[in-house]
Design a protein around this ligand. Structure first.
Ligand code: ARG
Length: 457
């Protein structure tokens, strides 16, 4: 079946059909297409564009199509051009020629925009829940491991000791922003385009706000040409999904690095690792690697859609059909990666001995020593220079700051006292970072409480 053809003398070429059909992927919109059509049928009745009885029959027929598709009694026919054509064909089998009235005052242009908005609105809600579950896991794992101290890095060089909890809560914050971005995007997704018809509006006395209300939309389009060609909501979603995938990718990269023999900070659960077909000893973090790598797909979805939209003239162009696969792929990839990373983090075993061991070499508390001298009245820059000499001395001797005698300390500055060892212990350094948002246990506990509150909202 085709929704057009009256003016054609030939049937579409088989290859042209294969090339242009969207049914292989837009079948995923079937539920939403039916929901949108039911709202449209009701509106047609409400506005007396069809009779009340006709509207009732159309709705009942659409309900039967919905039930038939979900039970498997009805099947989609791949000869149709798209899901909209196919639903109308199935409706025809239920209500006969009356099905032909459903498309009054509607075009597939406003219809497909509606379907995609309905789809995305629902998926954004699930994605936000999925991300919240990952955030909760991060907070739980942070709280369970409050004793674990590890090197914090800059430039991937050991920098200063931090709590593992502080490190994990950094990711909590990234994912919080991702959820906020998606919530904000949802506002612009949640605008109903139905009633724009092909591009110019319609000569029938339609009520777009009636349809919007039926479908729970917050707003109605303001301009019919914009309504059928606006894909900003798609671009925005793909951008938000890309940022979220970058975060997933970064967390995964840490797990890959930390689970290596060189680091050994974490042992990923067997269920989240795979073996090698040739090296019997191998235990590879493939799930983390894929969660890292799949960010590339979603970034590609975004760039691909930007390239499709760029340079398009108003209003609807068939190019826009490309939006669906990009959106579906981004939704599935992000959802899958968030779920996998959540489980991996939840089941990971952190090795406090290894993280602690990584703190002993590398002068991670050198800043503490400089701060010590500042508290005795030295300008920070001068203190920095003195501690630099201490570090250089230790490196030459092949010792750590912990091994220096008090006499050796005092040879660098008379200000060093008996209490200096307290300041160079990693735990002492962590406890001292009590500035707002710092890694001191008290501050981290505040962050955990605040995070739990955010998750309850
Ligand atoms: N499959 C099409 C799409 O995804 C549906 C809209 C077709 N509209 C048209 N005028 N050919 O965009």
């Amino acid at each position: 079946m085709r929704l057009w053809g009256g003016r054609f003398r030939k049937k579409p070429d088989e290859v042209a059909h294969e090339f242009t059909t969207s049914l292989p992927f837009d079948r995923r919109l079937a539920e939403h297409d039916i929901a949108g059509s039911i709202a449209h049928a009701r509106m047609l009745g409400h506005c007396q564009i069809v009779t009340a009885e006709e509207a009732r029959q159309l709705e009942a027929g659409l309900e039967r199509v919905r039930a038939g598709l979900s039970s498997g009694e009805l099947e989609l026919d791949s000869a149709s051009e798209d899901i909209h054509t196919e639903i109308e064909r199935l409706l025809g089998a239920q209500v006969g020629a009356l099905a032909g009235k459903l498309h009054t005052a509607r075009s597939r242009n406003d219809q497909v925009a509606l379907d995609l908005r309905l789809f995305l609105r629902e998926e954004i809600d699930s994605l936000r829940q999925g991300i919240a579950a990952l955030q909760k896991t991060l907070v739980d794992v942070a709280e369970r491991n409050m004793e674990v101290v590890l090197p914090g890095y800059t430039h991937l060089q050991r920098a200063q000791p931090v709590l593992l909890a502080q490190h994990l809560l950094a990711y909590f914050n990234m994912f919080q922003r991702d959820r906020e971005r998606l919530a904000d995007c949802r506002k612009r997704v949640n605008v109903c385009p139905l009633g724009a018809a092909a591009l110019a509006g319609t000569s029938f006395p339609v009520a777009p706000s009636f349809v919007a209300e039926q479908l729970g939309f917050e707003g109605v389009f303001a301009n019919s040409m914009d309504a059928v060609s606006d894909r900003d909501f798609v671009l925005e979603f793909l951008a938000d999904a890309s940022v979220a995938m970058v975060h997933v990718s970064q967390l995964s990269a840490e797990l890959v690095l930390w689970s290596s023999a060189e680091f050994g900070f974490v042992r990923l659960d067997d269920a989240w690792c795979t073996g090698s077909s040739i090296m019997p000893q191998k235990r590879n973090p493939d799930v983390a690697e894929l969660a890292r790598g799949k960010a590339g797909r979603v970034l590609g979805d975004l760039v691909g859609m930007l390239a499709v939209a760029k340079g398009l003239t108003l209003s609807y162009n068939r190019d826009y059909q490309e939006d669906k696969e990009a959106v579906f792929d981004a939704v599935d990839t992000l959802f899958g990666a968030v779920e996998a990373v959540r489980e991996m983090v939840a089941t990971a075993a952190f090795d406090a001995e290894r993280t602690e061991g990584a703190l002993s070499k590398g002068f991670l508390t050198a800043t503490e020593v400089a701060d010590y001298l500042v508290r005795k009245g030295l300008p920070f820059r001068e203190a920095h220079g003195i501690v630099g000499q201490v570090v250089s001395f230790c490196e030459k001797q092949g010792t750590a700051m912990e091994d220096l005698t008090i006499e050796e300390w005092r040879s660098f500055s008379r200000e060093f006292g008996q209490d200096i060892p307290e300041y160079i212990s990693p735990r002492g350094a962590v406890a001292a970072k009590a500035s707002p948002g710092g890694t001191a246990p008290a501050r981290v506990k505040e962050q955990i409480a605040a995070a739990r509150k955010l998750l309850k909202e």
